[in-house]
Design a protein around this ligand. Structure first.
Ligand SMILES: [Fe+2]
Length: 507
């Protein structure tokens, strides 16, 4: 960036901050930056920066200054500004510096009154036409606070990733599980205040804060950010639509208040567009998808219930395969199809929530489906596969979470025909802490699912992906025991996808 542009940017920022002189120096009774700092959605020229001061504040908005620098000591500040942290948005700050250099690391911090935040590290993405030699990213999902410590992030940070993709269940609304190590300390959230408190609790985890401060994140949500197994406007627990949409609005708002999201993603009432693309030069395009907000209601729920079921016999549920049913909603389907068509990337990475491969859970003849995942939306899955093929998306790779196990799958045009071509690769990443089904239960299903190359629910952890023009290598990183604060982590298996050859191969 030229000196002149830098001067103009700083001058604008000073003017902005100068227009609120009366509140220039808020005082805090305690250190306000207890939730850390975060960054997200890097572009070649900018990145979204986030913090949320906490504590006892005077009424009204407080000015929070942000700075981003080219060096770790924050001596070479290249852009700065002052945002108004208002109580309507829980004093969250979403700053968006522009005019940064592409493809390099930066450092940032916030100042409010005499308090200064920790320094976070972030980076910009490469230019659109650039051909980066490599990209490393981490994959995480499903972090039940009561079920373990978030120490997997310590190992992820040690990998020095360029980017972290979070695939849903950042908080849990519900209390469940065995051998809990800590407590939510409050009942299930329903109101905005409840959800804010739940996010603040989760964000107090030091390993999670360190991972946010280490590199930019891209994020999507799953059900537990609102309520288990919800579908669009339909609650699992039978809550009426109007009340549920109020609950969803509170949950989405608290989500925005606590995530490093650009301001354009701000929710409007119960609606918040989170689906998005991110380009890493011509090496990779990420598509963060929203599997929750627009999906059709679950097919064939258990009698007297709503939500997903894992006991649906597909032959006895005609509704399941109805072509009108959608996982993404028609608008997001059309957006994804167009975004795939425009992509020039060597790797097309779908970062979304739930497992996509068919998973027959009935040993022997017949098939039983779990209807909260893509198995509950087979026609929509087929449309997505057709889109990948007709749009000639190069090297499609689907990332998923939600089931708290490592699943490595071939995504096949027709799962019931062994000779059917592989359309894409799928890596379902295990949970940071959330507990899973027993491995023995999964093992009995494996003979009926030959396209599933690995299914392992024994470990919590994360995935580490290294992308080059020629291959993507994915290491499944398994934690020893997340009920201990200092658990070791080791590689369970490594799978490779070679350029032009769809389907993962064990390294
Ligand atoms: Fe989960």
């Amino acid at each position: 960036m030229s000196d002149r542009r830098r001067f103009l940017q700083t001058a604008t920022a000073l003017l902005l901050s100068g227009s609120f002189p009366a509140r220039a120096q808020p005082r805090f009774s305690s250190y306000p930056f207890t939730l850390g700092v975060a960054s997200g959605y890097p572009s070649p020229g900018g990145v979204a920066l986030w913090t949320r001061p906490t504590g006892e504040f005077e009424a009204g908005a407080i000015p929070v200054r942000w700075e981003i620098a080219a060096d770790e000591a924050m001596r070479k500040v290249v852009a700065s500004g002052t945002g108004q942290a208002s109580p309507e948005w829980a004093h969250s700050v979403h700053a968006e510096p522009t005019g940064l250099e592409a493809d390099r690391w930066y450092w940032y911090r916030f100042t409010a009154g005499d308090a200064q935040s920790p320094i976070g590290r972030t980076r910009t993405a490469p230019m659109g036409g650039a051909q980066p030699a490599r990209l490393r990213f981490g994959v995480a999902s499903c972090q039940h606070y009561e079920q373990g410590y978030f120490s997997a992030y310590r190992h992820m940070v040690a990998d020095d990733p360029d980017l972290i993709a979070f695939l849903g269940d950042y908080i849990y609304e519900s209390h469940w599980g065995r051998d809990l190590v800590r407590s939510h300390g409050s009942p299930e959230p329903y109101t905005l205040e409840d959800y804010r408190a739940r996010y603040a609790l989760y964000k107090s985890d030091p390993d999670l804060q360190a991972a946010h401060a280490a590199c930019p994140w891209i994020v999507t949500w799953d059900d537990h950010e609102v309520d288990n197994d919800y579908a669009d406007d339909r609650a699992e627990d039978g809550m009426e639509k109007v009340q549920f949409l109020e609950r969803r609005a509170a949950a989405y708002r608290a989500y925005y208040e606590h995530m490093p999201l650009p301001e354009r993603m701000k929710p409007r009432g119960p609606d918040m567009r989170i689906y998005n693309t991110l380009d890493w030069g011509s090496l990779a395009r990420f598509y963060t998808l929203d599997d929750r907000q627009y999906r059709s209601w679950h097919a064939c729920p258990r009698p007297g219930r709503r939500g997903g079921s894992n006991t649906v016999d597909v032959e006895q549920c005609g509704q399941l395969s109805s072509p009108g049913r959608s996982m993404l909603g028609r608008a997001q389907e059309r957006w994804l199809d167009a975004a795939l068509g425009e992509s020039r990337a060597a790797w097309n990475v779908l970062a979304q929530q739930t497992p996509m491969a068919q998973f027959d859970q009935k040993p022997g003849p017949g098939r039983r489906a779990w209807t909260d995942g893509w198995d509950g939306y087979p026609a929509a899955r087929q449309r997505l596969f057709e889109s990948l093929v007709s749009r000639k998306a190069r090297n499609p790779v689907v990332l998923g979470g939600d089931v708290h196990s490592f699943n490595v799958n071939q995504l096949k045009a027709d799962f019931d025909r062994p000779d059917s071509p592989v359309v894409a690769s799928e890596f379902v990443c295990t949970s940071i802490t959330s507990q899973a089904w027993a491995q023995e239960r999964l093992n009995q299903y494996l003979p009926d699912n030959p396209h599933m190359l690995l299914v392992d629910s024994r470990y919590r952890g994360y995935a580490r992906a290294d992308v080059t023009p020629g291959r993507m290598s994915v290491e499944l990183r398994a934690m020893g025991d997340v009920r201990k604060r200092d658990s070791a982590c080791s590689t369970l298996a490594t799978f490779v996808v070679e350029n032009g050859k769809p389907g993962p191969v064990k390294a």
